[in-house]
Design a protein around this ligand. Structure first.
Ligand code: RIB
Ligand code: CA
Length: 313
């Protein structure tokens, strides 16, 4: 398997943190060209801080971390401290970052990198609201044809919403940005709640993280101990859903996931269903398919991969 060059766009968030760790633990498959922070789970200053904390936890202070947009394209920012805690990375006690935040805006980094790298070789991996990705596409339309693929965590169909009855958080925070991305013509693979709610950190799985006996394993277990309470209380689930690591695991082991290439459109007008990903799963419209929408995951295979890779850090 050749190494895949990626940019991770993220709003850490404990699950974003695990996704970043998985990517940095997999250098044979993934080359992280840089990380761009976006406002989402917590405000931008914190997501840009948390991204650097995670890079240093992985022993990678060399990674270029850029701050991107601090608010959605056309709405006030909605955050999720009720899920992720005040810092966005509640759970473990981790040192303040020492590595610098890059001067260049995250959107400009995405544009410059896509123009500099060979066309069709860079994959964008958005793990939060799609504001940075949409801004890059609007500011530099020429990059669309240069993007190999966008593999994102967001949306929901059979699982319905987690922030409203119909919308998943990442899409809900910036529906206009999501609409731009899903209409961009770029090949898109979607990891919706339909999949991520099956990637639950049950007690035995979290015990396996802790049993690694490493700083990373312990930190991930402590992040999960904090992060799981929201979903356990709301859904009665068996553990925290590891949403964002599904994106990275797909790059390494696409065979762990099953889905369909369907049309997905974003509700951007109705206050009742704002941010809903309307996936034509049953092909009842003549709208052209524009996304590989995942519906299932081999959860045991996913956690075996994740645990083995985290052990490397
Ligand atoms: O709805 C789950 C998504 O919202 C995840 O990416 C989580 O980190 C939050 O950003
Ligand atoms: Ca996220």
């Amino acid at each position: 398997m050749s190494t895949r060059e990626i940019i991770i766009d993220t709003d850490p968030g404990q699950d974003d943190a695990v996704a970043i760790l998985l990517a940095l633990a997999s250098p044979d498959e993934i080359d992280v060209l840089g990380i761009t922070a976006v406002a989402g789970n917590v405000p931008l200053a914190l997501t840009a801080r948390n991204a650097r904390i995670v890079c240093e936890l992985a022993g990678r202070p060399d990674i270029a971390v850029h701050a991107g947009c601090d608010r959605p394209l056309g709405r006030p920012l909605v955050t999720a401290e009720h899920v992720h805690g005040e810092t966005g990375l509640n759970g473990p006690v981790l040192p303040d970052p020492v590595m610098p935040l890059q001067e260049e805006h995250g959107v400009d980094f995405i544009i410059r990198t896509l123009r500099a790298q060979e066309s069709g070789t860079v994959t964008l991996c958005p793990l939060g609201p799609l504001t940075n990705i949409a801004m890059a596409l609007v500011k530099a339309p020429d990059i669309a044809e240069r993007i190999a693929e966008i593999v994102l965590m967001g949306g929901a169909y059979f699982e319905v919403g987690n922030i409203t009855p119909t919308a998943e958080f990442n899409i809900y925070v910036d529906p206009q940005a999501a609409d731009i991305v899903f209409k961009s013509g770029v090949p898109i693979t979607v990891m919706p709640l339909d999949v991520t709610h099956k990637a639950l950190v049950t007690r035995p799985r979290n015990d396996a993280f802790r049993a690694l006996g490493t700083r990373v394993g312990t930190a991930v277990a402590e992040m999960t101990d904090f992060f799981e309470r929201f979903d356990k209380e709301k859904y009665g689930s068996q553990g925290a859903p590891l949403h964002d690591p599904c994106v990275i695991a797909y790059l390494i082991r696409p065979d762990l996931f099953m889905g369909r290439h369907v049309n997905v459109e974003i509700e951007t007008n109705s206050e009742l269903t704002l941010g809903m990903t309307v996936a034509d799963w049953w092909g009842v419209t003549d709208r052209a398919p524009n996304a590989m929408f995942m519906g299932d995951i081999d959860s045991d295979g996913f956690f075996a991969l994740l645990t083995e890779r985290l052990a490397r850090l």
